[in-house]
Design a protein around this ligand. Structure first.
Ligand SMILES: CC(C)(COP(=O)(O)OP(=O)(O)OC[C@H]1O[C@@H](n2cnc3c(N)ncnc32)[C@H](O)[C@@H]1OP(=O)(O)O)[C@@H](O)C(=O)NCCC(=O)NCCS
Length: 182
């Protein structure tokens, strides 16, 4: 099976939204608007085209991932970071490693682009395999109440988050979404 992960293009937009909608359709925690979120994020300042990827099997898109800009803010300064969300694989193609491939590729590209860290709100038993750890270990807090193990951060360089304390500030598009999902 030939699986590749590549940057999303405009031609993928409609299909990508369909993948996202179908991936989240039966998820209880979801408010089923993630496909609208990706469309809004693409038009926002948070959008980074190189970090919006699709996974294809034999040329057919089956997965999608998006990393967008966010800030970590305290009373002294603001740090740039990335939000990993959403990540989506069509139900019939889940659990064969496609989600993992997209996460690893996006991390590789984010490093190459010089980003320092990534924040994710998600399953506490999935993201640690990619190096994510509870964000609380650095004093990085979510802007809403979530279980500690679900709010995670990844350093893209050694010690990139040392001394980074503050509250994560998502773009407006994102915040509405995240609050609905908690
Ligand atoms: C989460 C998701 C992107 C993972 O993609 P995938 O291609 O199935 O993932 P991989 O094949 O790389 O990894 C499979 C592992 O993911 C983990 N996993 C997948 N879905 C999970 C879930 N709902 N809860 C917890 N762990 C999950 C498991 O550890 C699984 O390993 P296992 O098969 O040994 O049990 C995919 O399941 C999906 O699109 N889910 C619906 C949307 C969603 O929940 N997105 C994430 C929001 S945080």
């Amino acid at each position: 099976m030939n699986i590749i992960v590549r940057q999303e293009t405009e031609q993928d937009y409609e299909l990508a939204e369909d993948i996202v909608e179908r991936a989240f359709r039966n998820e209880e925690f979801s408010d089923h608007t993630e496909h609208i979120l990706i469309s809004r994020l693409r038009k926002s300042d948070a959008f980074i085209p190189e970090l919006c990827l699709v996974a294809e099997i034999e040329g057919h898109p089956v997965g999608h991932i998006m990393l967008t800009r966010l800030s970590i803010v305290n009373d002294k300064r603001t740090y740039d970071s990335l939000a990993l969300a959403p990540v989506s694989v069509l139900p019939e193609h889940q659990r064969i490693g496609i989600g993992g491939m997209m996460i690893k590729e996006s991390i590789k590209i984010a490093k190459k682009l010089g980003h320092k860290s990534v924040i994710v709100l998600g399953h506490g038993n999935y993201y640690p395999k990619f190096g994510f750890m509870p964000a609380s270990r650095w004093g990085i807090k979510p802007p809403f109440d979530v279980p500690d193990e679900s709010f995670m951060a990844l350093e893209l360089e050694d010690y990139a988050l040392t001394g980074t304390q503050g509250i994560v500030v998502y773009g407006e598009e994102f915040l509405i979404q995240q609050m609905n999902e908690v």
